[in-house]
Design a binder for this molecule. Structure first.
Ligand code: FRU
Length: 323
């Protein structure tokens, strides 16, 4: 019998309070369940870059065989990633990027493409003419920059389509709501809100819902069943750009790296528009996948149970024979 090697993977997550991060962790754990030889260390930093630097250093002191990080903001987390990489620890960067090429693999959405798709959808909704408010995530995190750039490029050939105001929602619905409330009354003629995630999109809906006569289209990003898909199907927001968390791919790439197999360095996950025309089918697909997953888990449990019974019987037979 081949001896199995044991590995330690350390994961530094920027924040875990929202459903998107929770989904990512669930998907990672699901994949980790197939690899009992992996010891998984996990810390999350409550959306605080300084705290994440401290935690990342603590994790690295444990001498992991591989380090995964989803940085809160690129700049502050760059030195620790570079150090780990130069020490020879493979590093997987997830979702938000760092400002150095010193990493082993990147896994995340094509955020420029997400912004561009959202922009094209805005052009289509407004027929190339109208006023837009953009609610960004943390301005120093790469998805905020890339989603903004993609959106701006998609609308740049339509001079009558303009972003009249940009606000920083920090990726958080609370912040988005506060910041938008401060300025909303100034823009009774706003036609569309592009919010860089669904939680902030829903916050925009909350702000405008009580303002008589203002009912802009609202576009979000993420498309989780519990947020984006629900908001689109409830018609509180108009559309969402799918942004899968990549949880499974993160672990399967980690395993390939540890096993010295080939793996792609840049792993860009593709997006698609979800609006009222296809939200139902998306929801059905998600439900189907969830029921298949619970089926798999039930069968795994049955298998475990069978193994336990078999082992008991073996012990029993052994006792009988040897007595
Ligand atoms: C979750 C989140 C997502 C967003 C991503 C950007 O923490 O804000 O909603 O798509 O992070 O990094």
């Amino acid at each position: 019998e081949q001896k199995q090697r044991y590995y330690t993977i350390a994961f530094s997550q920027c924040v875990e309070s929202d459903d998107w991060r929770k989904t990512m962790l669930q998907e990672m754990n699901r994949e980790l369940a197939f690899h009992p030889n992996i010891n998984f260390l996990y810390r999350q930093a409550d959306g605080n870059s300084q705290k994440q630097v401290v935690q990342a250093n603590e994790l690295l002191k444990e001498d992991p065989d591989l380090f995964i990080i989803s940085p809160n903001e690129g700049e502050p987390l760059t030195p620790v990633v570079k150090q780990a990489f130069l020490k020879g620890i493979p590093v997987i960067v997830v979702d938000r990027k760092v400002a150095t090429p010193h990493y082993t693999a990147y896994i995340g959405s094509d955020n420029y493409e997400i912004g561009k798709t959202a922009g094209q959808y805005a052009v289509h909704l407004l027929k190339g003419k109208g006023k837009i408010i953009e609610i960004t995530g943390l301005p120093k995190s790469s998805p905020a920059i890339e989603r903004h750039n993609g959106f701006a490029d998609a609308i740049k050939n339509y001079p009558s389509l303009q972003v009249i105001q940009q606000i920083n929602g920090e990726w958080l619905p609370e912040t988005a709501k506060i910041e938008l409330s401060k300025i909303a009354a100034r823009y009774p003629d706003v036609d569309l809100v592009f919010a860089q995630n669904d939680m902030m999109a829903q916050a925009a809906y909350e702000v405008f819902k009580n303002m008589v006569g203002i009912k802009p289209y609202i576009i979000g990003v993420d498309g989780l069943p519990s947020t984006g898909l629900k908001f689109v199907s409830d018609k509180t927001i108009t559309a969402t750009m799918l942004n899968p968390t990549g949880g499974e791919e993160i672990i399967s790439t980690a395993v390939k790296i540890l096993n010295k197999e080939n793996f792609p360095r840049e792993n860009l996950i593709q997006t698609t528009v979800i609006d009222s025309t296809n939200v139902r089918i998306m929801q059905l697909q998600v439900a189907k996948a969830a029921s298949q997953q619970s089926q798999i888990e039930r069968q795994e449990n049955r298998l475990e149970e069978q193994k336990r019974i078999y082992n008991n019987q073996r012990t029993f037979v052994y006792i009988l024979v040897s007595s």
